[in-house]
Design a binder for this molecule. Sequence first.
Ligand SMILES: Nc1ncnc2c1ncn2[C@@H]1O[C@H](COP(=O)(O)OP(=O)(O)OP(=O)(O)O)[C@@H](O)[C@H]1O
Length: 330
Amino acid sequence: MTEATSAVVSAGRSGGHHDEDTPAIRTYGLRKRFRSGQVAVDDLDLTVPTGAVYGFLGPNGSGKTTTIRMLLGLVRPTAGRHELLGRAIPRESAQALPRIGALVEGPAFHPYLSGRANLHRLDAADRTADPATARARVDAALDRVGLLAAARKRYRAYSLGMRQRLGLAAVLLQPRDLLILDEPTNGLDPQGTREVRNLVTDLARDGATVMLSTHLLSEVEQICSHVGVMHVGKLLTQAPLAQVRSSAQARVEVETERPDLAEGTLRRFGLTGLSVAGTKVSALIGDVPPEKIVPVLVEDGVPVRAFGVQTPGLEDVFVSLTGEGFDVSG
Ligand SMILES: Nc1ncnc2c1ncn2[C@@H]1O[C@H](COP(=O)(O)OP(=O)(O)OP(=O)(O)O)[C@@H](O)[C@H]1O
């Protein structure tokens, strides 16, 4: 960590209740029922540990944006309460919000002004920012997101990735302890996606806690330390990514002309989750060592053509949680 960075982090932390043990985000039974009657978020208990890169994962329409809007006080919850950086929202918003950067909907940038001029406008609108140091602040933010070379270009000439990075630069005009980003790579090409993901990783490395929503499992796998899975307004699971991975159970798979016999053998081992598809029989292997299964299959007269143990990927875990596939491209 550079000196400048640690200064930023300690400057942020000095202002509040917040320490490493206090989660950066904590919600208690948060719920949103819209006037239409739709329950977009139901009984949500979210815990985002300090220092995490928390992937808030769910298919479109599962309630991620509504949750983020409630966190930031943009939408009033129907029930429940929450804390950001250890501060109750909305009661203690004034203490917490200056230390939180959010990218929810595209910030209003002026198309005919340059990236730099846009940031100067935003900086000037911040009453806490000292105008004497504006130039240094704006250039540091542009540099941070890799836009210094394109600082003089008009916003409307920016690619989507550059626009998204400028949005992040606007958030980074002030030091932040917590970043809340709604689908930060949505709509970006592969290059823009990579740039934004690298930036998120760098920001986390420098000490910020990051919560980002995404419908892409691959995004979670690449940059997140923790994951929370939303499905139809409910949080199905949240845990460190490594824990979710290890919770996945391996399956034993037998290929044979006599799936009926193989099924009988696997059943006698007490294996669960049996499935038969054509000549393939599979089951959750649990604690049974595979080398114990093979000789018994042979003894039982199963003509084994192939035998294997498949370790499931995260996708399998999520499909089993949600009963649906995720868009795993990107
Ligand atoms: N203002 C609103 N009034 C009524 N219903 C709403 C409103 N905003 C969102 N919804 C509904 O609430 C549900 C959750 O929407 P939300 O935008 O939070 O999901 P999401 O997970 O962020 O999805 P996406 O990735 O598409 O943004 C959806 O069914 C949506 O139609």
